[in-house]
Ligand binder design. Structure first.
Ligand SMILES: [Zn+2]
Length: 342
């Protein structure tokens, strides 16, 4: 469990919230929005913790405590005044019963904490009935209760919910900060060069950087790219076999699309003479070779195709079809228009 002062990045957000805590002028509902994996839920947890920390005298702020009884119980989700709501199996959406539980709890004053804090993670994944019940709660906010809605898909929330919350926007974290944090988090035998590459792949998201490192995909980048990029255009059978292989596992294909996306973004940077910003610094020989092969327009068309492939994958389009379509573009670089979205 991280204390408030150990949170990475997000200085502006933390300033706003710590001033609100210290002056006891909190909004009754916050909406934390921003890219996945940047630490929104971590900050929400830390806010619930500093609010109810036993070590904090009123009107003050104890950003380092993780040890008092309240802090420890919040960390293991055993504090009676801090409620966690998140999508649950089997339906994997927040259901009306979960919001009713919150409403019931909010009818009494907090048991021991200063505030009752309700954390709703992935708040956009909520049934219609649950969203309407939540809206009622926001319209008549219970005393000394603070709701924190966390989401990376705010466009899927009801406008009426958004407008009743104080919106806190989270940006990406600086990649150098992510690389430093990764060094503390991963095993010592991880190649230090891979850390900054993982940070580049994560685009300011610590969560994404960690999952990229753990997938082993970074070590396999050169192998994957060399196999695709060295295959002669006329070897039709081999291209088809490669398509079958890449499309076999959706999750792996997703990661490989990430690899190709960052790689071809690097190709674009190289073509624009900005090679110092290249993420795959260790693959600069491959980047340079493709920069000669692809025109700027062809790289742009390919990046667009990669983004569309990712979207189609999320909409359950057959992964082999997606892989074959992408390989076709890599086999013969061109600027032709995309297939209509599925
Ligand atoms: Zn404490």
């Amino acid at each position: 469990m991280k204390s408030w002062s150990e949170i990475l990045g997000h200085r502006r957000v933390l300033d706003v919230l710590s001033r609100a805590v210290a002056s006891d002028r909190l909004h009754h509902a916050y909406l934390f929005t921003g890219p996945p994996g940047v630490g929104k839920a971590t900050v929400a947890n830390a806010l619930a913790t500093v609010l109810n920390c036993d070590a904090r005298p009123d009107g003050q702020f104890a950003p380092d405590c993780t040890e008092c009884s309240a802090c420890r119980r919040i960390a293991i989700r055993q504090h009676p005044d801090v409620l966690f709501v998140e999508p649950e199996p089997p339906s994997r959406i927040v259901k009306i019963d979960q919001i009713r539980d919150v409403q019931k709890a909010s009818m009494s004053t907090p048991y021991e904490g200063r505030y009752r804090v309700v954390l709703i993670d992935n708040a956009h994944i909520m049934s219609e009935a649950a969203a309407n019940a939540l809206l009622k709660t926001l319209e008549e906010p219970p005393d000394r209760t603070i709701l924190i809605l966390v989401t990376d898909g705010p466009h899927l929330l009801l406008d009426t919910i958004i407008s009743r919350c104080q919106r806190i926007r989270f940006g990406s974290i600086d990649e150098a900060v992510v690389a430093d944090a990764l060094a503390d988090l991963v095993a010592e035998d991880v190649d230090p060069d891979l850390l900054s590459i993982a940070a580049g792949y994560g685009e300011g998201s610590l969560g994404r950087s960690i999952s990229m490192l753990e997938s082993g995909m970074l070590e396999d980048r050169r192998d994957l790219l060399e196999r695709i990029l060295s295959l002669p255009a006329e070897s039709t059978v081999q291209w088809l076999e490669l398509g079958d292989e890449l499309g076999e596992k959706t999750e792996l294909l997703e990661r490989r699309i990430d690899v190709l996306t960052v790689f071809f973004r690097d190709v674009m940077l190289f073509k624009r003479a900005e090679s110092r910003r290249v993420v795959n610094a260790d693959l600069i020989d491959l980047v340079e070779a493709q920069a000669q092969r692809f025109s700027v327009d062809a790289v742009l068309a390919l990046l667009e195709a990669l983004m569309s492939a990712r979207r189609r994958l999320q909409h359950n389009v057959n992964p082999t079809l997606i892989a074959e379509d992408l390989l076709d573009r890599l086999r013969r670089p061109s600027t032709r228009a995309l297939a209509p979205p599925a």
